[in-house]
Design a protein around this ligand. Sequence first.
Ligand code: NDP
Ligand code: MG
Length: 379
Amino acid sequence: MTRIAILGSTGSIGTQALDICRRHPERFRVAALTARSSREKLFEQVREFRPEMAGLAEDDIPLNEIPEDLRFCRWMSGAEALKAAAAEVPADQVLVSIVGIAGLKSVLDALEAGRQVLLANKEALVTGGHLVMDLAKRMGKPILPVDSEHSAIFQCLQAAGGNPAEKILLTASGGPFRTWDRERIERATPREALKHPNWSMGAKITVDSASMFNKGLEIIEARWLFDMPEDRIRVVIHPESIVHSAIVFRDGAVLAQLGMPDMRVPIGYAMTYPERVETGVPAPDLAAIGRLTFEEPDTEKFPATELAREALRAGGAACTVLNGANEAAVAAFLREEIPFGEIARRVENALERLAGLPADSIGDIMEADRRARACVGKG
Ligand code: NDP
Ligand code: MG
């Protein structure tokens, strides 16, 4: 039996991970569940999966508001709830599927406690990649990627028989604005940005997919997970989202992983690695799909991946600044305070104004994040 704690269980990744648990009750025992504030949804999950502990990160639940049949579970709130789920409740695996830099502390807590971390929260590697990878190495607990591209690369590396990858080909759907012109992208509304052509995901990452900041964050994520310099990570636009990423060998061979665009495959692989189990997802019918297409990314229309590369080259806390400024700008866009085109400009401006901040400790990283958000607020 694998005991799993799920941070962010009410979200897109969290609910799909619970679907895998539901399909394999003989394999998984849910140890802890946390959400930010979705109390009713969390109540339902606790009723079904009966974890030892549950909690809300941004909301208090007085005991008298917890349904009587759910009082068997230890209820917590705030930062303590996240800490308990990541590191105190006995568990083998911790799936970190919360959104944003909030995930960094949980990843470090879980590693410190000797847990196997299944990582969906890319922001933890973007902001604290060096701290996370160092600690994972020291604890002898490699991070298992959940992000579909990184899972694909990881699966290809498993199949490589020790041959090193010369390059990584990171595929990107191109998002809903791929074929739009610059002016139309500039004026895109939250409704339009939230309509992803292939994947159904949480709001923040869906907006990031439209701006290509998601791919920028993924370049940084790949740099840390696979210790690959930025100039050997190539982004390829692949609108069908069937090839999830690939690696290139020195003999010219390319190894790719294919599958339907359904996160249950990479989530399931991380949960049962190195085995594979049934996930409810069919294999793609290639003849029915017919064509798979690839094209160069347009970095003029979508500057996010270039900004991410610049941040990686700058070092220090530049990637944290990029991430924090983007989180704040996406939130402002979703509140309809700034136009879509302003997201990348605010991030670029923050990177220019906050160059050279250190990232030696989690304190430095949190400070750089705070300053990046403040910088975006000022416009
Ligand atoms: P969602 O917005 O769907 O879900 C986020 C979950 O985390 C919810 O349970 C939410 O609780 C909780 N949460 C949000 N913010 C906080 C916080 N500050 N502290 C504690 N808990 C919080 O996000 P996704 O599932 O889409 O994404 C989760 C992570 O996985 C992100 O880092 C994303 O980049 C990454 N990812 C997601 C993919 C996807 O397909 N969705 C693909 C690849 C990576 P509540 O419900 O109460 O708000
Ligand atoms: Mg991805």
